[in-house]
Design a protein around this ligand. Sequence first.
Ligand SMILES: Nc1ncnc2c1ncn2[C@@H]1O[C@H](COP(=O)(O)OP(=O)(O)OP(=O)(O)O)[C@@H](O)[C@H]1O
Length: 189
Amino acid sequence: MNIALIVGASGTGKDTLLRTAGHYFASNHRIVFLKRYITRPPDIHETNYFLDPGAFEHLLAGNFFISHWQAHGHRYGVARDHLRQVPSGGLGLVSISRTAIADFETHYPRAVTIQVQADPDTLGKRLRVRGREEPDKIDNRLARARLPVAARNLILFDNSRPLSRTGPAFISLLESLLDRSAPPRRPET
Ligand SMILES: Nc1ncnc2c1ncn2[C@@H]1O[C@H](COP(=O)(O)OP(=O)(O)OP(=O)(O)O)[C@@H](O)[C@H]1O
């Protein structure tokens, strides 16, 4: 099995691309969309596990997470056990912070990191339309979007074009990664 780590600045479209791929691969059991544990109130648009900070601490102390990080004032973690659900020859997919990449690479040296990007004008427009952050925070986000990511196997994915174009491209990328994690075929006898 292999794992694809999805990273990228806020608003570049990670959740949107994962949702699109999730619909497409819904009946493909070789691809597993890993849920994260998050200490924030549930969001109906997301399929994560939401828990209070005390419960998160408890799990952390029990070595439950393969990796954990903090973002936007909340804690995030990925369960070790969930990675074991990815079948041999399959691909696990999870959206993480760039600070967590090394944790996964330690356990999965072939892990691939997909950095989702969007050009600054497009990203600024999308963040303003989404309206989740204060306008002055948007400039910070745009600056962070240009920071380089340190990863062993890095793939840059440009999500600047409309989803009707980038969605199929993202699906093709995942299909090629799935092909690469398939066990080699036995020669016919
Ligand atoms: N290719 C696209 N074309 C048009 N709009 C898009 C595209 N991708 C994402 N969007 C829109 O951009 C906004 C941000 O996308 P999304 O929430 O998926 O980003 P994100 O990277 O997951 O952000 P965060 O890290 O803050 O959760 C959303 O309103 C989404 O609908």
